[in-house]
Design a protein around this ligand. Structure first.
Ligand code: HEM
Length: 373
């Protein structure tokens, strides 16, 4: 029970019912040989990581223990006795992996195009990008952390961790069986996320039409670390907060009425003629009805990094993760519009960013990224 199968045609951790906790890390390769040597090193790393991830998801320690005790333990040990608690470990490759170092430039998918600059963002290079990203999700925070820590350890000499983020309290649902959780603004988040397999096939997983066959059944991850000014938000009137999203705070229902899952009426007007769901409402701007049908799979987590010493405000926000088959027509198109018009912008700033090509899943004797290498 409470185990998610690691192997399969598609990686776990994308369509998987969203777990409560996140440990995310991005790593850079430190190799400095010829492209062939570097690719060999990458292949070795991915084989070792796949075996470790497979074991951890199955609730077993990282393999390779030296029985004589004359080497450091193969597994760091803090998750001994813990159940996997639905652990999934998902890998993605950043655009930088396709530079000169590995000779993989001709295998770079067109969809892995650098994200453009967006209005109002203030990105910190120290929490952005990376050659490889790992998303570890579990209902047990120790188990999620244990996964990224052990991969970092196994990769020592080949990779260094570039940045990482812990997330608590999922802020989306990926299944209609889950109750909608709340983000740090106190609103239900994930109400109109993708919750069914057919829509995931259409909008989340790469199909036969890809320019790079190795990405078939993979997906593209966009990560955005979004700081939220929660103190300013907490002073804002309830009606204004609701107008920012276009939804009622307590029930999650659209401002045009009904229950949480009822269809919003974007044409409805107030008695004074203004739209009931305001023109700058986050939901109106992001909804598929107003974006040529475009959808993304949101898999966000709340985060806090403690306090900002200079102001005494909480350093907190949303670690926004979303999966899609082509970021150019999905995340980028939506974010262009949101960054220009969203009423939410008064209260948020994007401070970190990453884009990663997540390869297909692994069979019993395969390793992550085998189709690429
Ligand atoms: C909907 C919060 C950033 C895309 C929502 C909803 C909330 C919310 C409360 C309504 C409930 C729901 O359907 O889930 C936030 C917060 C953000 C943020 C607090 C930043 C801190 C983003 C970003 C994107 C995005 C960066 C994509 C570029 C969407 C989409 C919907 C949505 C597609 C569904 C709209 C619909 O179909 O009704 N968000 N969001 N959000 N958000 Fe965000």
């Amino acid at each position: 029970p409470a185990k998610v199968e690691f192997g399969g045609d598609r990686q776990a951790g994308i369509a998987t019912a969203q777990q409560d906790r996140l440990a995310f890390a991005a790593y850079d390769l430190t190799v400095d040989g010829s492209p062939e040597q570097n690719r060999d090193a990458l292949r070795r790393l991915l084989k070792t990581w796949t075996a470790a991830a497979r074991a951890m998801c199955d609730g077993r320690p990282v393999p390779g223990e030296n029985k004589l005790g004359t080497a450091p333990p193969a597994d760091t040990g803090e998750a001994f006795g813990s159940k996997p608690a639905n652990l999934t470990v998902t890998i993605g490759f950043g655009p930088s992996l396709f530079d000169k170092r590995f000779g993989l430039a001709d295998r770079r998918p067109a969809a892995l195009a650098e994200l453009p600059k967006f209005a109002g963002e203030n990105l910190d290079a120290e929490s952005s990008n990376g050659d490889i990203a790992i998303q570890a999700c579990s209902d047990d925070p120790m188990v999620a952390f244990h996964a990224i820590r052990n991969l970092a350890r196994l990769g020592r000499g080949t990779v260094v961790m570039r940045w990482s983020q812990l997330g608590f309290g999922k802020a989306a649902t990926t299944s209609s069986k889950q109750e909608t959780p709340r983000n740090l603004f106190g609103f239900k988040d994930g109400t109109r996320n993708i919750h069914d397999a057919k829509t995931m096939d259409r909008w989340v997983f790469v199909g036969a039409d890809t320019d790079q066959a190795w990405m078939r059944d993979g997906s593209y991850l966009v990560a955005r670390k979004i700081r939220m000014r929660i103190e300013a938000w907490d002073r804002d009137f309830l009606t204004d907060q609701q107008n920012v999203f276009g939804r009622h705070k307590y029930t999650g229902a659209p401002l045009t009425g009904g229950g949480e899952f009822d269809q919003p009426n974007f044409a409805a007007k107030n008695p004074d003629g203004s739209p009931t769901i305001p023109v700058g409402a986050h939901m109106r701007l992001a909804a598929r009805e107003n974006n040529g049908g475009v959808q993304i799979l949101r898999r966000a987590y709340n985060y806090t990094d403690g306090m900002i010493a200079a102001s005494g405000e909480l350093d907190a926000g949303l670690f926004f993760l979303c999966y899609q088959r082509d970021p150019r027509s999905q995340f980028v198109a939506l974010q262009r519009k949101l960054s220009a018009h969203d009423a939410l912008n008064e209260y948020i700033t994007h401070v970190g960013s990453g884009l990663y090509a997540c390869p297909p899943g692994v069979g019993d004797h395969e390793y992550w990224g085998q189709s690429l290498l």
